[in-house]
Every structure is written in C-alpha cells, then in structure tokens.
Design a protein around this ligand. Structure first.
Ligand SMILES: [Fe+2]
Length: 204
C-alpha cells in the first residue's frame, strides 16, 4: 500500500518545471477540443487529456541549456533532445495506463515513418497519439519559444495542412481547423484543465 507521506500525488507528479508544464497544459486544452470535435468517446478523450499534459515530461531530464537555446540545435544536441519521448515513457509507465504511456513515447512519430524514436509508420500510430501530435505542433508554433517568436494561428493551420498525410493525420487537422474557426477564444483563455478533465479518475 502506498504511503501518502512519501508517495507523490498525481498533482505532484504532473508538476513539471520550465515551460514543459505550461506547454503541456495548453496542449491538453487544444487536444481535448480536437478530440471533442471528432466526437471521440469519453475514455479516449481522458487518455488524450492526460497524455497531452505529460507528453513532454521527459524534457525535465534534458539539459536546460538545450531547452533554452536561442537558436537551432546541432546534430549532437538533437540526439540528446530526441531522447525525451523514451525518457518520458520510462517516467510515466508505472503510474499511468499503458495507452497513455504509449502516447508519451510516440508523440513525435510521423505517419510517413520519419519521426522518432522508433520510426513508426501510420498503421502503428494510434488515434490518441495522432491527436496529441497535432495539438502539440499547433501550440509549439503559436507559442513563443527561445529560438522563435509566437506565430499567428493562421500560420499554424497552414503548416499543419501542408503536412497532412506525411506528418499529421488529416482528420485531426480538419478537427483542429474546425476548433479554430468556431472556438478561437477558448484556445486562448486561461487553462484549468486539471479539474475540467478529471485527471484523478484517469490516474486511478
Ligand atoms: Fe516532445
């Protein structure tokens, strides 16, 4: 039986330093909006909610100098950065459902097999991972990063649309476009996803 005084709570485990926390929260809000637009079932939406919140948790073990680097990474630095999905998977696999951990592992895989860490192709990339991947990319483009200012929503939509079929799932991108068109304000409103998405129930 877990000792409540020494076992971290889900909220403590979810707390991630750096921009990882805020990016995870924004990605969760977007991913849930996309999943809801796609009329996915409640269990799948819960998987997407928690997986998107922790998808980059492996970055908490990546050198902050790489995370904050105000310019392109070298090939050697990319090797380090690309370890974060496997690190994240190893971190969460013991305390979340396996299907959530698999999203953490696969969130940088691409449909055409050019992603990482395992170069999966479309048949092996599940729907929750596809949704999180699109939401992750949308937030990355529309948020300020050390090496790039925040870009407009329309730019992000164009970027996603241009990579449908190779990187992104067309249905997920279509749903994101619908969310943007019909619900643009919600995407920029303050985030309170923990309570809204029932993460405690997901964690069991
Ligand atoms: Fe990532």
């Amino acid at each position: 039986m877990n000792d409540p005084y020494t076992t971290p709570s889900l909220e403590q485990r979810l707390h991630q330093p750096h921009d990882v926390e805020s990016h995870g929260l924004r990605t969760a809000r977007i991913a849930v909006a996309v999943a809801t637009m796609m009329q996915l079932d409640t269990d799948t939406i819960s998987t997407i909610a928690l997986a998107s919140r922790v998808h980059d948790i492996g970055k908490t073990h990546i050198d902050p100098l790489l995370l904050d680097k105000p310019g392109p990474l070298t090939s050697k630095e990319w090797v380090e950065m690309r370890k974060h999905p496997q690190i994240g998977y190893d971190m969460v696999k013991g305390w979340v459902d396996e299907k959530i951990a698999r999203v953490v592992l696969a969130h940088h895989e691409r449909l055409d097999g050019t992603g990482y860490p395992n170069k999966l192709t479309a048949p092996d990339i599940d729907l929750p991972t596809r949704v999180v991947h699109v939401a992750d990319a949308f937030d990355a483009i529309t948020s300020a990063r050390p090496y790039q200012p925040a870009l407009p929503v329309d730019h992000a939509v164009s970027e996603l649309a241009a990579n449908v079929g190779t990187q992104f799932d067309g249905d997920c991108v279509e749903a994101l476009v619908a969310v943007v068109e019909h619900n643009r304000i919600a995407l920029t409103s303050p985030v309170g996803v923990t309570a809204a998405m029932g993460f405690a129930a997901v964690a069991g």
